[in-house]
Design a protein around this ligand. Structure first.
Ligand SMILES: Cc1cc2nc3c(=O)[nH]c(=O)nc-3n(C[C@H](O)[C@H](O)[C@H](O)COP(=O)(O)OP(=O)(O)OC[C@H]3O[C@@H](n4cnc5c(N)ncnc54)[C@H](O)[C@@H]3O)c2cc1C
Length: 343
């Protein structure tokens, strides 16, 4: 399907901001790909639009990924490979795998969006990242005009990042993922709030089922995060900053309440929400653009905010955190065009 002429994207992004595209092309069959051209400067690949802030119109074509398919291949008595089309809904797939008796994705329940976007920022929640289950990413390489399969190492996954997001944005259209899931469930309850929630809901909180973990994650997320269908948002707007140990220790001496979590060797992760709240932004509202009163990391559209107003708000928050803590907050969603660098 191709639609041309100022196509409105408001219902296709979870912030619910108005922006237009010159053309909209739905990709529902891989055979369409060899006939298509992608120009990264002016075109956009769109999944569920839940990690995106459209500040301006898209001057070129929006490619809407609608490739479906769910395939199971038993590897052994303990593991099964699952290949999923990029246009499948992520949460529906998580619940479907659980219904097949397969575990591994339960902590990632209720993350909005489509399967194809999951590797872009290596989606993560409740102490688990996509990369832990991922075997291969199947792509269309616009540069080489051919299908390719990239194994996990080739994707350069790290915290909310990957080759697709940082090193080579715009080079690949992800067509499918292959994941490896488990027949025997080992709960991952590193995130304290999850273990606590299971104490209240699980029949056997020390050995919960994968479905119980998924249900608990869903309940926690519904309590904490605004539903984009009710209040426009893109989840966490900034990544949690990762600091070198010496810098983290110096900051902790100045701000003893600063939350610090050991991350990769010699580094600590701190809480972007804490930094933003300390700068007084939690619950702020200017017109229809605001910061959630429940969660300082979530920027919200109360109705008719424009992408530009939300981007301005993000830039002000970032400048304040920089002034106060000399920490540069990095946005998590794709912002089109990106925020100007801090000066
Ligand atoms: C309420 C809420 C809660 C959230 N919670 C989390 C969370 O806990 N953890 C987390 O990691 N994220 C979270 N997110 C962010 C978001 O849901 C994820 O990043 C999700 O993977 C985005 O999927 P999407 O299909 O909506 O991507 P889109 O917003 O459509 O696209 C995001 C980026 O990926 C690119 N892209 C999309 N599909 C493809 C493809 N097939 N091939 C190549 N490029 C592609 C787009 O061009 C864009 O750059 C949350 C968002 C919301 C609104």
């Amino acid at each position: 399907m191709t639609s041309t002429g100022a196509y409105e994207l408001q219902s296709l992004n979870s912030f619910g901001v108005s922006a237009k595209a010159e053309r909209l092309v739905a990709i529902s069959d891989k055979n369409q790909l060899p006939q298509l051209q992608f120009q990264p400067q002016q075109d956009l690949i769109l999944g569920g639009g839940s990690n995106l802030l459209l500040v301006e119109d898209v001057p070129g074509t929006v490619f809407q990924v609608r490739l479906t398919g769910r395939q199971l291949t038993r590897e052994s008595d303990t593991r099964t490979r699952v290949t999923l089309g990029a246009g499948e809904n992520w949460h529906a797939v998580v619940r479907w795998t659980l219904a097949q008796g397969l575990s591994g994705l339960e902590n990632l329940s209720l993350i909005p969006g489509l399967v194809g976007a999951a590797p872009i920022q290596n989606i993560g929640a409740y102490g688990v990242e996509l990369a832990e289950s991922l075997v291969e990413v199947h792509v269309w390489d616009w540069q080489q005009q051919r299908e390719r399969t990239l194994d996990r190492d080739a994707c350069d996954f790290s915290y909310r990042d990957s080759r697709f997001k940082s090193a080579e944005p715009g080079r690949f259209l992800i067509t499918a993922l292959t994941l490896r899931l488990q027949h025997h469930f080992t709960p991952r309850l590193r995130y304290a709030g999850l273990a606590q929630a299971l104490q209240e809901t699980s029949k056997n909180p020390d050995a919960p089922s994968a479905l119980e973990v998924s249900d608990a994650v869903i309940r926690l997320r519904r309590e904490k995060l605004p539903d984009p269908a009710q209040l426009g948002n893109a989840g966490s707007f900034f990544k949690n900053p990762v600091l070198e140990a010496a810098r983290a220790e110096a900051l902790a001496a100045q701000h003893p309440e600063l939350p610090l979590y050991a991350s990769q060797e010699g580094h600590y992760k701190t809480s972007a929400a804490w930094l933003i709240e300390r700068c007084g932004w939690k619950g702020f509202r200017a017109g229809d653009a605001g910061v959630s009163a429940q969660h300082a990391l979530v920027l919200v559209n109360y109705g008719r905010a424009s992408g530009a107003e939300l981007a301005q708000l993000a830039a002000r928050i970032r400048a304040d955190v920089w002034r106060e803590f000399a920490i540069e907050l990095e946005p998590e969603p794709r912002i089109l065009p990106p925020l100007a660098p801090l000066t």
